[in-house]
Design a protein around this ligand. Structure first.
Ligand code: COA
Length: 188
């Protein structure tokens, strides 16, 4: 590799790191107070920042993004509590010693967090997985696989707690049951 190419590569890496830092600064929500520590809004990006795709309307606070083995996408209006970890990286555990340390697949373990998803504080998401639009992940949960849209999950590993009525369903259903109306009675 020529010196010019080396310098060019270095310049690209610096530019990309600078871009990542600018993006991070812009991530402080407009609702943040001056008394709130900057660290609460500063994501930790491990790996290539080019693999991280966060919609400008999403709020990720101080999430840790591990990009070793895949891409991470956070769609519009998704939001995180604090101390969320999204982990694409893995190691080949059939290897040992120094070899295991570096036996990391570069691709194949993407995470997609859908539109409007609420990922509560202290959640760990392990790739590969897709969290469907408008779902909720309860505080402290461990997500090990796909989650359907409009679903509340929680626990370690996360299990389905309930479904969330879709906006068209709640619009179609009467707000209150009509007196004397027949049909199934919802459990409490
Ligand atoms: C997921 C969540 C929204 C569910 O709220 P909810 O629908 O009112 O749930 P409930 O409190 O009625 O609990 C329903 C069941 O799920 C269980 N559950 C709720 N959240 C849980 C969690 N995070 N982990 C494990 N189990 C959980 C409850 O123990 C209960 O179990 P049971 O039926 O056996 O008694 C809420 O528990 C949560 O995690 N909120 C996030 C809070 C947070 O992180 N805030 C910071 C700002 S992002």
């Amino acid at each position: 590799m020529s010196l010019l190419e080396q310098v060019g590569g270095q310049a690209r890496r610096v530019a990309s790191a600078t871009l990542a830092r600018i993006k991070v600064r812009d991530r402080r929500p407009r609702t943040a107070r001056d008394t709130e520590d900057e660290a609460l809004f500063r994501p930790l990006i491990y790996g290539d920042p080019e693999r991280l795709h966060i919609h400008p309307t999403a709020v990720v606070n101080n999430a840790l993004f591990n990009l070793s083995s895949g891409e991470i996408t956070v769609a519009k209006h998704a939001f995180f509590g604090h101390n969320v970890s999204i982990l694409t990286g893995t190691h080949d555990f059939t290897k040992f010693g120094a070899e295991r340390q570096v036996a990391v697949p570069k691709t194949g373990r993407d995470v997609v967090i859908g539109e409007g998803v609420w990922v509560s504080s202290n959640v760990v998401v392990v790739a590969p997985c897709r969290i469907g639009a408008h779902s909720v992940v309860g505080v402290g949960s461990l997500v090990l696989g796909d989650i359907e849209p409009y679903t509340v999950v929680a626990g370690s590993p996360a299990r389905v707690l309930r479904s969330i009525p879709r906006p068209d369903e709640s619009a179609a259903a009467p707000a209150e049951p009509r007196p004397g109306a027949g049909g199934p009675v919802a459990g409490g």
